[in-house]
Design a protein around this ligand. Structure first.
Ligand SMILES: Cc1ncc(COP(=O)(O)O)c(C=O)c1O
Length: 418
């Protein structure tokens, strides 16, 4: 059979949405400066789907630095991979600043978060090692696991008994020269709950391992100084390799890991997604430095983000919606229903109430569940929250009656821990 013909009958889990809902439910085009109010489909909408947590994407100081850096360097420089011809003083300075921000001795810049962490997992463990990861891990960790040669064990989401059981299994057969890597997220991006970092770290005493934490959503947003979920939970030192991305709190592209110098040195020469790919353009690096500086100097952005998240959740709960017990800015609203309900909510909110929310249904979450994921930012105002809650109030009867009709009986824990 011709390979291309075969693809037509195999749309993949998201294919149905991309072909039927292109431009609306998937690949929508939000226009205008990034912020809580943008244009969609010719209308002004209040946006709850952009991970610009600290509301800095359109900050005038940052925009100025972006323009000046683009003018000075252009987007080509430096050409080549860092290892070959793509290094610069700016790249190295950013690494030092990231390490300092994360209270770790060293850091390594990554071109993209997804490829970066995937490739790091691949590089860290070999066929004699063990990789243990949370069942709700982001696709980049799952793909890193696919690449890794190590023996793999998965534990139920944030279930410490299940993690211990897997570590026992590892230690039953572990050879003298085998290492163990445990991977969790600091903030689980879909559900907003934090990884149980204290409990995971405590298990190191009994089953020595190294811990890699993907804190994509916690970097810049959690902890008093923004250094992430570990700081928030008081156990940052127990994280052996801290991963953060610029794609959320810094509203940019690029990522990093912060860890011991000997590990950074190893990674520089072994993380294939960095060795065989062009390094980040200089304007991006210069802008990342400026954004990090502003994040350090403006802790009130985190306070505002927290306040907005709390007000949004309180209002949604008062309306009777089931908001998952998130400990981060991520605000997940869960209801029972079909894909049809999910698209109906998105369309009605956008068209009738001017509120841009995104939702997911099967196959992203289990059948019978609709998960709306709202992302508050520090730039949202009380008025944005009020308008949004008015919209949710207006669709309440439609949502709740559909949910009642839905015959699926899925518990919350089943939904989260698929
Ligand atoms: C938990 C998590 N890890 C990693 C990534 C990938 O980061 P990037 O967008 O920088 O590739 C994301 C982004 O969606 C994420 O949510």
């Amino acid at each position: 059979m011709d390979l291309f013909n075969k693809l037509e009958g195999r749309p993949g889990p998201l294919g149905e949405f991309t072909s039927n809902g292109y431009g609306y439910y998937t690949f929508p085009k939000l226009e205008g400066p990034i912020g809580p109010e943008m244009r969609f489909n010719g209308k002004n909408v209040v946006v709850w789907s952009v991970n610009d947590y600290l509301g800095i994407a359109s900050n005038p100081e940052i925009r100025k630095v972006d323009v000046e850096a683009a003018e000075k360097y252009g987007f080509s420089a430096p050409m080549g991979a860092r290892l070959m011809t793509g290094n610069s003083d700016e790249h190295e300075a950013l690494e030092r600043e990231l390490a300092e921000f994360e209270h770790k001795p060293d850091a390594l810049l990554l071109n993209y978060g997804y490829q970066g962490i995937m490739s790091i997992i691949h590089a860290l463990v070999d066929r004699n090692d063990y990789l243990v990861y949370d069942s709700l891990s982001h696709a980049c960790i799952v793909d890193g696991k696919q690449l890794a040669m190590a023996e793999k064990f998965v534990y139920q989401h944030n279930d410490m008994e299940s993690l211990e059981k897997q570590l026992e299994r590892v230690y039953r057969n572990k050879k003298e020269n085998s290492g163990v890597l445990v991977v969790t997220e600091g903030v689980f991006g879909m559900t907003g709950d934090l990884g149980k970092l204290n409990e995971i770290i405590a298990l190191k005493e009994k089953y020595p391992f190294r811990l890699l934490v993907d804190d994509a959503h916690g970097f810049g947003t959690l902890g008093e100084d923004g250094s992430g979920a570990g700081t928030q939970l008081g156990c940052h030192d127990g994280i052996d390799i801290y991963f953060g991305t610029f794609a959320k709190a810094l509203a940019l592209i690029g990522a990093f890991v912060a860890t011991e110098p000997r590990v950074v040195e190893f990674m520089r020469a072994n993380v294939r997604s960095q060795i065989f790919a062009k390094s980040l353009p200089l304007p991006i690096v210069v802008s990342a430095r400026e954004r990090l500086r502003l994040v350090k100097e403006n802790p009130q952005w985190r306070d505002k983000l927290r306040e907005n998240a709390l007000n949004l959740r309180k209002g949604l709960r008062e309306l009777g919606y089931h908001v998952l017990p998130s400990e981060s800015p991520v605000t997940p609203v869960m209801t029972k229903g079909s894909t049809d309900l999910c698209t109906k909510i998105m369309r009605t909110m956008r068209e009738e109430h001017g509120i841009f929310v995104s939702g997911v249904a099967y196959p992203v979450v289990p059948k019978g569940i609709v998960l709306l994921r709202l992302i508050p930012t520090a730039a949202h105002t009380d008025e944005h929250i009020r308008r949004t809650l008015d919209g949710f109030e207006a669709i309440r009867d439609m949502v709740f009656s559909e949910a009642e009709k839905n015959q699926e009986r899925l518990s919350l824990s089943e939904a989260i821990d698929r």
